[in-house]
Design a protein around this ligand. Structure first.
Ligand SMILES: [Zn+2]
Length: 278
């Protein structure tokens, strides 16, 4: 990420051309550079994300603890309102690039669902991962936003599922799946049925195969961004699938009874590159 930042167009246009050349040839060099540059802030992000201090700070999606005020709630959240590589974004005008194949290797799991007050988080046991562009990310958990956080060419969707993966160096890779209103998804139905009504409670449910939450078409957009919740750490390799899956209106409405609104507003792309798989 900071490797990208050091190649800002107004600083050195020659470097930007080099960067685009690398992206066009597979992007591996860019990723290696970004990974190296990420180490320190990413390690801190993990520390903050899982730390005791951050856990006690109340934040929300509206009013005085809403997104406009996140940075005022804790020193650890400072970047939420000053960062230049934040998420989510409107996925539009992506630059076509050879990003390699998106290889998703998720395994069936038993539902373990926690209502954390902001969303429902489903834990993933070790063993599931995805790989793209020479990096492999280990699935840690997935959760749901209502409505979608990312927009696709300006269009917002009823739901978005985030599959949060971790890199061994401390960074994150999140696969985003947009959910449109349409035919019901039985797997999503089981997940929603397992949401505990009370905050702080963890419930269990039947076995599901998270691959049933993926569209058949695997075209995706990719960019360097952040966690969409405090501490908003800019340590996320985002992969958002361009084809939505569907859920029934009843499923969407049911989810909304637990979480009426848990989407952060879109953030400016600023000087980042949004890339689209060919
Ligand atoms: Zn999320």
């Amino acid at each position: 990420m900071h490797a990208l930042k050091n190649m800002l167009p107004n600083k050195n246009s020659g470097k930007v051309l080099t960067l685009l050349g690398l992206v066009a040839s597979g992007g591996l060099a860019v990723q290696v550079a970004a990974q190296t540059a990420l180490k320190t802030p990413a390690a801190k992000a993990v520390e903050v994300a899982s730390g005791e201090r951050a856990a006690h700070v109340e934040w929300g999606y509206t009013g005085p603890t809403g997104p406009d005020h996140w940075s005022t709630l804790s020193k650890d959240y400072a970047i939420c309102n000053s960062g230049e590589q934040e998420s989510p974004i409107d996925l539009k005008d992506a630059i076509p690039a050879d990003l390699g194949r998106l290889a998703i290797a998720w395994k069936p799991l038993a539902i373990r669902a926690t209502n954390n007050g902001h969303t429902v988080q489903y834990d993933a046991p070790p063993g599931s991962s995805f790989a793209v562009g020479g990096k492999t990310y280990a699935l840690a958990q997935f959760h749901i936003h209502h409505p979608s956080e990312h927009l696709l060419d300006g269009r917002r969707f009823p739901l978005e599922i985030h599959f949060v993966h971790k890199l061994t160096d401390g960074g994150f890779g999140v696969v985003g799946v947009l959910v449109a209103n349409g035919v019901g998804n039985p797997t999503l139905g089981k997940m929603i049925a397992a949401i505990p009504a009370e905050e702080g409670v963890t419930g269990t449910g039947p076995m599901i195969d998270p691959r049933a939450l993926l569209p058949v078409a695997r075209g995706f957009d990719r960019y360097e961004g952040s966690l969409t919740t405090p501490p908003c750490a800019e340590a996320v390799d985002w992969v958002v699938l361009r084809t939505p899956i569907t859920a029934s209106a009843a499923q969407i409405d049911r989810f909304a009874t637990f979480f009426p609104f848990n989407a952060r507003p879109i953030q400016p792309l600023d000087r980042r590159f949004l890339l689209a798989s060919r």
